[in-house]
Design a protein around this ligand. Structure first.
Ligand code: ATP
Length: 896
């Protein structure tokens, strides 16, 4: 019943000094005692259950049925092979799934919420899981509350508790309240803050009173373990494709079976062939391949500082053609330094190294106002808090107006926090016998609420003439890329409400601070433009400052390409969306404008990525095709609403992520097209042989072996193919474009046809070499010579099928560049997969036990030579086609 106790009682009970917090040792002890602060999730799947879930598949049931039948009729070796293949396939599946799961888990760990706690007198950020009872938590807007907390301080604190109460209107919190009624409802406990709820406004501090399952949310056991197994659009499309191909395959199988019946072939053999053909033709592995490639891809992306939270984002990244980016911190370094300040009639340069400056009285008043109205701190060369404010504190230090000294003399009694809509912040401090409102913020907004101005120590009316002077200085500073912040104050006799603070103020002056652009951004902007992507700057800053930086970074060429929030408001939605493509810089915008901007860009058919960090950015992040949250400066809300988080807050990372996204999509395409051509090859070989009334060139076990074992390895290796930097030379992919567009379908059909025909040719060659006439009737199975010839021919077909697929995979790595241009050995996994595939193939035909089970025989060196010649054909043909394509489409982009 912490809500009915006084702050002192709670502090005593938890044995903690709120100004110091727990010691690190004490925190460690309590962590041991109370355990990690996390809600119990669903138990993890065991390896065994993962294994069995692999078997839970229609196709596998069919195979198991086939195994049962083969056992019943005494064909034990067939049964063993079928079962072996099923088990091996499931093992490969488990390994893949476990790997994918581990990758996703590692990503989740990176995005676990963090909390600000005071320990040993210092404010530090820790993983929320490590929070213990008695910890002192600092709350600010945008943060999720890590545990149940009894508040001991609150300043305009508002918390949205819908996760717990369902009420989405934020509750006002009051640390000083005490609720004596033991039946006070959750929503009315204004002196408490609960786990998983969200600070939407203001600041506060509190002591953790319950963690993990002891919290209110833990008690109602609302497990937050939401399953994020959502399929990506591509996975859905491939699933659909798989189903269609599946039905088609079953149709073909029935057809083959019927034809074979008419031809009076061996029923059992045809039954097994039809089943294995179905296995060969149904591309059941497609969705699984996509899942593993995506999972491995996002792991790679996390290493370049982009954490993808939602898998579909990877695909969408490849289609992005507009990157909307915040300016401060993303395009610039967010390292502010005040270089100029202005009070009426006096513009002063502050050199970076200057110390012990003495200013005029007006200048001192300006700096005092700015420092008192700042929350940031700067100690021992280290700043914490908003970089804009750190720059102001540093400025104060130069003039010997330190934050500590000023705060001691002018204690803060109330405040109206900064928000990006008002673009202002105010504090109420003690001043002599009364109080003073100190306000700082965007100069245009400040001018609207000032009616007097400080001129040489006197307060005089703010005439239009003086206003113009201030605006002119602002414009000059902005034109040289300085961020301008104004300061104003007013004296009051008593404490006033925040709503009363920002009116009738006296303007004191302004400061200009530089925030240099990030060095690497200029290159990334060029790269983005080359890749058909338009970079857009969106900022709360002044138009001229924004345009100056945009010009420096080559985002915009002239001020005509910029527009302010106010100007946007004056346009109708239709007009705005019609003209949106003309703009490159959106200045003085608030979070609501961001939604408007995304909507307008989307209305013009663009695929938009939007960055954000604040509480109010969530709607625009959600509405954008790719919402990108800042990892360092971003609030939990922004991170929660985003599809991707930048751990370094850097624009360059977005461009890198797009490149990765394009590569991952391409890799998925390579793997899928490869698998489809393999499947097609097998279908063609069997189907034609039946139509031609030949003996079947491949036995059921051969098809199963190749399809489920030797194909999987190159497919996965293609999925992790090293990225091709050239993807950034092409236009973004149209998201509606068919998966088989740009020659991909042709490649699958061509590859498949060649593989199928070569397999048949190898078979034909095998029989021809033994002078066996073709046609079922021509073969006499009681004749050992014929029997031998058939085994030999099947072995040739079997090995050619496997090897031609393995070699063909090399050619799949790039649609236009030859295997040498992309580097023959660059994808080590693929080379390994091909080698393993060939060794396995060799093992199957040369180890007597296997050879017997698969009804194949060892091949001579000469035969292997022939096999290689056959098997290289699809690869060589595809490479020749690339040369022609290169010649005829030199200037056309084939992929992207
Ligand atoms: P971006 O959206 O690119 O990050 P920004 O940081 O300039 O740009 P905001 O943080 O919304 O955007 O700031 C908008 C304006 O509000 C600034 O140009 C400045 O004039 C003013 N401002 C920024 N920080 C503060 C602050 N701590 N106190 C008072 N005013 C501020």
């Amino acid at each position: 019943m912490w809500f009915s106790k006084s702050q002192e009682e709670v502090i005593k009970e938890f044995n903690v000094d709120p100004s110091v917090g727990l010691s690190k040792e004490e925190a460690a002890k309590r962590l041991e005692q109370y355990g990690m602060n996390k809600l119990k999730g669903k138990p993890k799947k065991s390896i065994l259950s993962l294994f069995f879930s692999q078997l839970n598949d229609m196709l596998i049931y069919v195979l198991l049925g086939a195994a049962a039948i083969t056992i019943a009729i005494g064909e034990y070796s067939d049964a063993i092979i079928i079962l072996l293949v099923v088990v091996l396939n499931a093992v490969i599946g488990v390994v893949q799934e476990a790997k994918a799961e581990k990758a996703v888990e590692a990503l989740q760990k990176m995005t676990t919420p963090k909390s600000l706690v005071r320990r040993d007198g210092e404010v530090i950020e820790i993983n929320s899981e490590e929070v213990v009872p008695g910890d002192l938590i600092i709350l600010d807007a945008g943060r999720f509350i890590p545990a149940d907390i009894r508040l001991i301080e609150s300043a305009n604190l508002q918390i949205e508790e819908s996760a717990l109460t369902g009420e989405s209107v934020p509750t006002n919190k009051d640390a000083s309240a005490i609720h004596s009624d033991p039946n006070t409802s959750l929503g009315d406990k204004t002196n408490m803050a609960f786990m998983s709820t969200l600070v939407t406004y203001g600041r506060g501090e509190g002591i953790v009173v319950a963690t993990a399952m002891d919290t209110e949310i833990g008690k109602i056991a609302k497990i937050l373990d939401d399953d994020t197994n959502e399929m990506t659009p591509l996975q859905k499309r491939l699933d659909e494709l798989g189903r269609i191909l599946g039905f088609l395959a079953i149709g073909i199988c029935v057809l083959i079976f019927v034809i074979a019946l008419i031809q009076k072939r061996d029923i059992l053999e045809m039954f097994l062939t039809a089943i294995s053909l179905a296995v060969a033709a149904i591309p059941e592995g497609l969705a699984a391949i996509v899942a593993i490639v995506l999972a491995l891809g996002v792991t790679r992306m996390s290493k370049i500082n982009a954490i993808v939270k939602k898998l579909p984002a990877v695909e969408t990244l490849g289609s992005v053609n507009i990157i909307c980016s915040d300016k401060t911190g993303t395009l610039t370094q967010n390292k502010m330094t005040v270089t100029k300040h202005y009070t009426y009639g006096s513009l002063t340069d502050v050199s970076q190294s200057a110390e012990n400056l003495s200013g005029t009285n007006n200048e001192k008043e300006l700096i005092k106002t700015l420092v008192l109205c700042s929350d940031a701190t700067y100690e021992n060369g280290q700043g914490t808090g908003d970089p804009t404010e750190i720059a102001l504190i540093v400025l104060g230090n130069k003039y010997n107006l330190t934050k500590d000294a000023l705060n001691k003399e002018h204690k803060r009694v109330s405040e109206f926090p900064f928000d990006s809509d008002r673009k202002l912040m105010s504090t109420l401090n003690i001043e002599g016998k009364g109080y003073r409102v100190n306000t700082k913020g965007a100069i245009d907004n400040l001018l609207q609420i000032c009616n007097t101005v400080l001129v040489e120590g006197n307060i005089v009316p703010l005439t239009d003439d003086i206003k113009q002077k201030f605006l002119k200085v602002t414009e000059e500073m902005s034109d040289s890329a300085l961020r301008v912040l104004g300061a104003a104050y007013k004296d009051t006799e008593e404490i006033i409400e925040p709503g009363e603070m920002e009116k009738d103020l006296t303007l004191v002056g302004l400061v200009g601070m530089i925030d240099p652009p990030r060095l690497e951004v200029k290159d990334s902007i060029r790269e983005a433009k080359n890749a058909g992507i338009i970079p857009i700057m969106i900022t709360g800053d002044h138009k001229n400052t924004a345009v100056a930086i945009a010009k420096e970074l080559d985002i915009a060429e002239s001020i005509d390409q910029s527009i302010t929030g106010t100007e946007i408001d004056q346009m109708s939605d239709e007009e705005f969306s019609r003209r949106i493509n003309d703009y490159r810089v959106f200045a003085r915008v608030s979070p609501e404008h961001k939604v408007k901007i995304v909507r307008a860009f989307k209305a013009q058919g663009n695929i938009v990525s939007m960055t954000g960090d604040g509480v109010n950015d969530a709607p625009s992040l959600k509405y954008a095709d790719i919402g990108v949250a800042m990892g360092i400066t971003g609030t939990d809300v922004a991170k929660g609403a985003s599809d991707m988080i930048l751990t370094d807050d850097n624009f360059t990372t977005i461009v890198h992520a797009i490149e990765e996204g394009r590569n991952i999509y391409n890799n998925i395409k390579k793997a899928v097209i490869f698998l489809l051509s393999c499947n097609l090859g097998e279908v063609i070989a069997i189907f034609l042989s039946i139509l031609l009334n030949w003996p079947v060139p491949l036995l059921a076990t051969h098809l199963l072996w190749i399809n489920l074992i030797t194909d999987s390895l190159p497919a996965i290796s293609l999925g992790v193919d090293p990225g091709d930097h050239d993807v950034m030379k092409y236009k973004p992919r149209n998201p509606k474009e068919s998966f088989f567009a740009r020659g991909a379908g042709v490649r699958a059909i061509l590859g498949g046809t060649l593989i199928g025909l070569l397999t048949l040719t190898a078979f034909y060659y095998g029989l021809w070499e033994h002078n066996i006439p073709l046609g079922t009737t021509g073969i006499d199975l009681s004749n050992p010579n014929h029997q031998n010839a058939l085994t030999y021919a099947r072995t040739m077909a079997f090995v050619v099928l496997a090897a031609s697929q393995l070699f063909y995979s090399l050619s799949m790595r790039n649609t236009t560049k030859s295997i040498f241009q992309v580097g023959l050995f660059k994808n080590k996994y693929l080379i390994g997969a091909i080698a393993v595939g060939l060794i396995l193939q060799l093992a199957v035909i040369s180890i007597p036990a296997f050879a017997k089970a698969f009804q194949v025989q060892n091949l001579s060196l000469q035969d292997w030579g022939i096999v290689f010649v056959f098997a290289l054909v699809p690869l060589i043909v595809n490479e020749i086609i690339k040369i022609f394509m290169h010649m005829s489409e030199k200037n056309k982009h084939v992929e992207y």
